[in-house]
Design a protein around this ligand. Structure first.
Ligand code: GAL
Length: 331
């Protein structure tokens, strides 16, 4: 965590720790209740923060950071047919018991994203890796692979893409199967993109600066040939205002189009921070904005904000709703 992060973190801690009503039901769920406790099918709190989804074999898989009170404990994976009810599939990538390993206890694995490579028939996970005992200094991208979607994933290596620091990140697979790593570089002042190699295991040299605006937590989607990216500012676990950019090409230029959030606490992303945008299968122009409402006092109890993206004058908007379901796209 850099100095700016820590300072803003203490200033904004009050907002970040807003409490919400706990949800006691562990039965079959038929709606999303953003910010409330979300339990898996065994009745345990879902522990998958900074996460991303993958749709494969008519199933959604949710990969996310397994957190203790503050510790980074590896990467969990859950599966679901309907996006409401999630089955714990265990750890996709555990911490190594070898103290020499780059993924040994004491380091950080954040914001995991998994994509499937049809050429190699491998599932490829990228995440933000920090080396044991070094805080946020290493700023590397970590890569792990598996033949099976739920893992266990085999850790491959970590690196700074083309020499650039790499902290908050996401992956995006375009319609032609090309995959991209979008990442915060240069102490988070730059947002960059790199095209992955054909096997998705490395960064190619196609690597470009998108903008220098001190942004992180990138989440992307594509609609009608346009790319949209939602990012957050850099205030550690504390919430801040989201920004959206739009582009005709992933390599830019990316045009700023303001903050798409609407409703109470919209100027603080409803108390959350972007992590992913998931298209809903079988529905046209249906995208779910996914954010983390971090609880720095107890990270494992950080909440999830899943909200529908709607379009007004063809511009994406994320409106706060206490409760909603996928029928909103039955048109
Ligand atoms: C946030 C970042 C999180 C985590 C946190 C630590 O800015 O988005 O993934 O790294 O800082 O303070």
């Amino acid at each position: 965590m850099n100095i700016l992060r820590s300072t803003c973190f203490s200033l904004l801690l009050g907002l970040g720790s807003l409490t919400v009503q706990a949800q006691s039901t562990t039965g079959k769920q038929t709606k999303f209740t953003p910010g409330e406790r979300w339990y898996d099918q065994n009745g345990a709190l879902i522990n998958a923060h900074g996460g991303g989804l993958l749709y494969q074999n008519e199933t959604y898989y949710w990969f996310g950071e397994k957190r203790g009170q503050s510790a980074s404990e590896g990467i969990n994976v859950y599966s679901s047919k309907d996006l409401y009810n999630w089955k714990a599939e265990g750890m996709a990538l555990a911490k190594s018991t070898d103290p020499q390993s780059e993924i040994a206890v004491g380091g950080l694995m954040e914001r995991p994203k998994v994509i499937y490579n049809p050429k190699t028939k491998q599932y490829v996970m990228w995440f933000h890796l920090e080396l044991p005992g070094q805080g946020y200094k290493a700023a590397r991208a970590g890569v792990a692979v598996s033949d099976k979607v739920t893992g266990p994933y085999r850790y491959v290596n970590s690196f700074r893409p083309n020499g650039h620091m790499s902290r908050d990140m996401t992956l995006f697979v375009d319609d032609d199967g090309s995959a991209y790593h979008i990442y915060s570089a240069r102490e988070n002042y730059d947002l960059r993109i790199t095209k992955l190699t054909d096997d998705y295991l490395s960064a190619s040299q196609a690597d470009t600066l998108l903008f220098s605006k001190h942004q992180e937590a990138p989440a992307l989607f594509k609609k009608d040939g346009q790319y949209y990216m939602i990012t957050s500012g850099c205030t550690g676990w504390a919430p801040n205002q989201a920004s959206m950019h739009v582009a005709q090409s992933l390599f830019g230029p990316w045009k700023p189009v303001g903050d798409p959030m609407q409703g109470p606490l919209a100027d603080k992303t409803f108390g959350g921070q972007s992590t992913y945008i998931q298209p809903v299968q079988g529905k046209k122009d249906a995208f779910i904005f996914i954010a983390d409402k971090w609880n720095p006092k107890d990270l494992k109890d950080s909440r999830y904000l899943w909200l529908p993206i709607t379009f007004e004058n063809n511009q994406p908007v994320v409106k706060w709703v206490n409760s909603w379901n996928l029928n909103q796209w039955n048109n």
